[in-house]
Ligand binder design. Structure first.
Ligand code: G3D
Length: 175
C-alpha cells in the first residue's frame, strides 16, 4: 500500500529534469548569470554578492524549478585549456546558453571560434541555443546587431535548431 502511494506521489509530483550548459569565454559573465538566475527563480536562495564573483575555474552547478520542469545548469570554465572539457558534457545536455562579453571587442573573434567549435559538435545537433550578449549596462558595448554581424558566418552551422540572441545584464538581472 505504502509503495503504491509513494509511486503515485512520485508520478504526480516528480519533475522532468533538463540539463542546460552555460558556455562562453572566461570573464563573459557565466557565473554571474547563473547566480542571478538562481536568485530570481529560487524562493529561499540567498545569493552571493554578485559583484564579488570571480571567473569560473572548473565548474559551477545550479538547479532551479520552473513549473513542472527542473533545470540543472552546468556553468563550465571558459579558459582555453578548460574549453577542451566542454564536449564531455554535450551528450547529456538539453540546451546551451552561450554567454558573450559585449564589452570585449578584442576577444570577440576568440569567442566566435569557441562558439563555432561548440555548435559544430554532432552531439549538440538540434539542441536549442540561447546566445546572451551580456554586460549591456556598460556604455558603448557591442549591441546584438553588432554581435550577430560578427557571428554571421556561423549561421549555417546553427542549422535548424532553435536559436535566440538576447541582450542581457547578468549583474543586475535586467535585459
Ligand atoms: P565567467 O564565469 O564567465 O568567467 P564571471 O564570468 O561571472 O565571473 O564575471 C566576470 C566579470 O564580469 C566579473 O567582474 C563580473 O562582475 C562581471 N560581469 C558579469 N556580468 C556583468 C554584467 O552584466 N555587467 C557588468 N558590468 N559586469 C558583469 P570582476 O570585476 O569580478 O572580474
Amino acid at each position: 500500500m505504502y509503495t503504491l502511494l509513494s509511486g503515485l506521489y512520485k508520478y504526480m509530483f516528480q519533475k522532468e529534469e533538463f540539463c542546460v550548459l552555460i558556455l562562453g569565454l572566461d570573464n563573459a559573465g557565466k557565473t554571474t548569470f547563473l547566480e542571478q538566475t538562481k536568485t530570481k527563480f529560487s524562493k529561499n536562495y540567498k545569493g552571493m554578492n554578485l559583484s564579488k564573483i570571480t571567473t569560473t575555474v572548473g565548474l559551477n552547478i545550479g538547479t532551479i524549478d520552473v513549473g513542472k520542469a527542473r533545470l540543472m545548469f552546468w556553468d563550465l570554465g571558459g579558459q582555453d585549456e578548460l574549453q577542451s572539457l566542454w564536449d564531455k558534457y554535450y551528450a547529456e545536455s538539453h540546451g546551451v546558453i552561450y554567454v558573450i562579453d559585449s564589452t570585449d571587442e578584442e576577444r570577440l573573434s576568440e569567442s566566435k571560434e569557441a562558439f563555432e567549435k561548440m555548435i559544430s559538435s554532432e552531439m549538440l545537433d538540434g539542441v536549442p541555443l540561447l546566445v546572451l550578449a551580456n554586460k549591456q549596462d556598460v556604455p558603448d558595448c557591442l549591441s546584438v546587431p553588432d554581435i550577430k554581424t560578427a557571428f554571421s558566418d556561423s549561421a549555417p552551422k546553427i542549422g535548424k535548431r532553435d536559436c535566440l540572441v538576447q541582450p542581457c545584464t547578468a549583474l543586475t538581472g535586467n535585459r
